[in-house]
Design a protein around this ligand. Sequence first.
Ligand SMILES: Cc1ncc(COP(=O)(O)O)c(C=O)c1O
Length: 557
Amino acid sequence: MNREGGLEGADDKRAALPNVVQSAKAVRGRSCEARKLVVAKRVFLSQYCNSRKSDAQQWRRTPVCWPTVSRAGQLDLQVVVGSVAASIAGISGPVLAAWESCKLFFRSDPLKIVRAEAQYMYDEQGRAYLDCINNVSHVGHCQPDVVAAASRQLSVLNTNNRFLHDNLVLCAQRLTDLMPEPLSVCFFVNSGSEANDLALRLARAHTGHQDVITLDHAYHGHLSSLIEISPYKFNMIPGHQQADWVHVAPCPDVYRGKFRDCDHPGEDMGALYAEEVRALCDKASARPGGGVACYIAESLQSCGGQVIPPDNYLREVFRHVRAAGGVCIADEVQVGFGRVGSHYWAFQLQGEDVVPDIVTMGKPMGNGYPVAAVITTRAVADSFRDTGVEYFNTYGGNPVSCAVANAVMQVIEDQGLRGHAKEVGDHLLERCRALQQRHALIGDVRGVGLFVGIELVTDRAARTPATAEAQHVLSRMKDESILLSSDGPDRNVLKLKPPMVFSMQNVDTFVDVLDEVLAELEDLDGDLAEPVNGHHVKTNGTNGTNGVNGHRGKATA
Ligand SMILES: Cc1ncc(COP(=O)(O)O)c(C=O)c1O
C-alpha cells in the first residue's frame, strides 16, 4: 500500500491522466450557451441511442424536437453513427452487422481500447481512462502475476479435462475452502452462463421439480435456458410468453421496489419481500406437474440497479424455498471474490447461517480469461451423478484456466484486496453520501465494498428516475476520462464496480468530477425548457414525468 491507501504504482497513474484535468478545464471554460447545446445534444443522443427497453414506444411518447429529424432520420443517424465508428475501425459487411447487435458501452461514440493496466484503460490515441466499471478485471487489468501464470501454463500444457492435473485439484480445493460447509463439490465451466445453466440442471436433478423462481430485472446469462429466467432480457422480446415454470418475484429493492422503506418504517423489509417468494412457492406447488426446483438470484442484484437486499431477506427466502422442496442458488458471477470487502462471497453479508445450496461464479475468477465454476453440496452433486448423465465440458477446468483462477485468488490474498475493497469502498460511500447532501439529483447512495450505486432522481420525494440526466452524466464523465455505466429498470443508477485496485485517490478524482458534472446540470436548471437553437427540448423519464425539465435545485440537507 502507498500513503493514500492505494496499491503501489496505482496512484502514480494519476500523473498519466493529464487529460482528465485538461478536459474538465476545457468544459468549464465553455460559454453557457455552448454548454447548453452540448447538453441538449447529449440528452438527444443518449435518449435515443441508449434506449433499450422500448425504443419505439419511447420515441413515440417523447417530444424531442432537437435536432428536427424524422423517426426514420433518427434511425438513420444511429446507423450512421455506428457505421462511422465501424469504418474508422475498418469493419464492414457481415462483421458490421454482428458488431451492431453487440452491447457496447457509449454506443453513440464507442471507445476503441487498445491496452489496459491496473484500473486504467487506454484508447488508440494513448488517452487514459479511469475504469469504474470493469468487474471482470478484478485484480487489475493485465495483472502481472496472472499474466505470468497464464503464459507459463500455456507454454507447458493445455488440454481438455480428461486427465488429472494439479491445477484443477488446487483450484477446486481453494474454492471450496473459501465456502462455508456443506458447499464442497466444484464443477468447472467457462462462463457465468454455463455455470447458471448447470446450476439449473443440478437443482432439477436434485429436487425432481421444474419450476424456477427468479427476481424481476434479473440477468443470469445468454443461453436459452437463462434468457427464460432473466426478465432483464425477456421483457425486451416483443410478444415474449413467460414460461409457466418461471415465477418472477419482486426485486428486494427498498428504495424503488414494490415495498419502499419510506412506506414501511420499522418493518422487517427482508421478511416482507421474502413473503412474496413464499407465495410463489405455493403457486408453483399448485401448478399441475409443477413444484419449486430452485430460487435463483444474485446475492446483490447488479442489473436491477446495484440493489442491496434488506437484512433477513435471504434467510427467510431460503427457509420458504426449502420448505417447498426447492434449492437456493446464489449467483455470484458479478459480486463474488471479495468485491464486498467484508466477506469473500456476497451472500455471506446476510449472516453466517445463510448458506445457499449452489453458488455460481465467473467473471472476476479469471480476471478476463474465461473460467467459471459451480460449487454445491455433496448431496446435490450425488443426485446429479445418479442421473447417469456424465458432466463433460471440453474446456471447463483446463490447466490454463485453473492456473489463472489460482493466480487471481493468490493475488487477492497477497495484496489484501478484500480489506482494500472495504477501506476504499467505505471512503467512496462516505464521499458519495456527502455529495448527496449537495445535489438533490442524488436520491440514494447504496453499496458495500467496491459495489456501489448512485441513484439519480428529478424529485426526491416522488423518487422520479432521472434517466436522461444519468445518461448525460455517463457521457460527461467519459469526456472527463472516467468510465462509468448505469443500470436499473430506469437506467438511472450510476454503477461502480471497478477493478479492486481502485485507490483512495481514484475515489477522490471520481467524486470531484461527478460533483462538477452534477453542478453543471444544476446550472442548467430549467434552461433546457427554454428554446435552444429555436427548438424546444423536453425530455421524459420512463414513467413519463419530466426529466431535465423537472425541478432540480441544490439539496438543502
Ligand atoms: C449476474 C450474472 N450472471 C451470469 C452472467 C453470465 O455470465 P457470462 O457472460 O460470463 O456468460 C452475467 C453476465 O453479465 C451476470 O451479470
